[in-house]
Ligand binder design. Structure first.
Ligand code: ZN
Length: 298
């Protein structure tokens, strides 16, 4: 039997699972939450052994799925391309993980039937965020099945700031309905406290990604800025040496050449190096999220 204090090292260092998936497994271990994910053969085998030891159940799809590869986003959008045979070595099983077999059977069936509302509730997603997901679905299909552009840009609560997911860190695993969704704030803080109980160091790693600013783009990567601040209501200054990008491309290089942004709106801004203009960015596929400095950790 794995001792609780060894669970996070086991999941991270031995199984090499990404931090946000480790966070979900901890949630399923400690609460009634069901975790839904896609696992390849290797991860499924490794996880099953550990789940057995800690008493978590895993329900596995009868078919495998292949994912559409997205542009510079590390697969977070999870757009399913096709189903393949379970005998294929390639592809991913869709899995539901939790402590209660009845709940898992219901969740698996809802997933198979495409009951997004029912499944969302089983996954612990707040009603307001499920509703937003349903309303935005048709638009998301056009843009790599991603819901992030559906969130209003500009200021956002650091607890709702989900761009960290593209860097494998996120305190929730769904798309929030709004920049200050109070249920998401609550859930995110609860998850932080839950993780802190297991490992203070591991929990703190998440804060770096929650309390950061992001230039999100649908097709040119997501770019995290850790060092920015507003000089006045339109001028945002940053250190270009500490930008992290989900992929390197034209936008990431322009941001790295610059050191301040002149912001007209979250989707319309100019990148400057001191006073010299590098580029104007104006696109419905780009959004700037800056975390609310008024919110701090208690
Ligand atoms: Zn919400």
């Amino acid at each position: 039997m794995i001792k609780e204090k060894n669970l996070i090292p086991k999941l991270r260092e031995e199984l090499h699972l990404i931090p946000s998936f480790v966070r979900e497994i901890i949630q399923s271990f400690e609460t009634q939450k069901i975790t839904r994910s896609f696992l390849n053969d290797r991860d499924l085998y490794a996880c099953s052994k550990v789940f057995d030891e800690i008493g978590l159940k895993i329900f596995i799809s009868s078919v495998k799925f292949s994912m559409e590869s997205d542009l510079g986003k590390g697969g977070y959008s999870n757009a399913i391309l096709t189903t393949t045979s379970e005998n294929s070595a390639e592809g991913f099983y869709r899995v539901h993980i939790g402590a209660n077999e009845n709940d898992l059977a219901i969740a698996k069936q809802m997933d198979e039937e495409g009951d997004d509302v029912g499944l969302g509730k089983m996954l612990g997603i707040p009603d307001c965020c499920i509703q937003k997901f349903m309303d935005y679905q048709a638009q998301a299909v056009d843009i790599q099945n991603d819901y992030l552009l559906g969130i209003q840009g500009g200021q956002i609560s650091p607890w709702v700031n989900v761009c960290g997911q593209y860097f494998e860190y996120g305190l929730v695993s769904y798309f929030p309905c709004s920049p200050y969704c109070k249920y998401t704030c609550e859930q995110s803080e609860n998850n932080f406290n839950l993780l802190s109980g297991f490992s203070r160091e591991f929990a703190k790693e998440f804060l770096k990604y929650q309390f950061a600013d992001y230039v999100y783009s649908e097709y040119d990567g997501i770019h995290m800025i850790q060092s920015g601040s507003y000089v006045d209501s339109q001028t945002y200054r940053y250190e270009n040496a500490v930008i992290e990008s989900s992929s390197r491309n034209l936008l990431s290089e322009m941001l790295r050449k610059g050191d301040n942004l002149s912001i007209r709106s979250p989707s319309d801004f100019s990148i400057y190096s001191q006073k010299s203009l590098i580029s104007n960015i104006s696109s419905e596929y780009v959004k700037f999220f800056i975390f609310d400095r008024g919110i701090t950790i208690d």
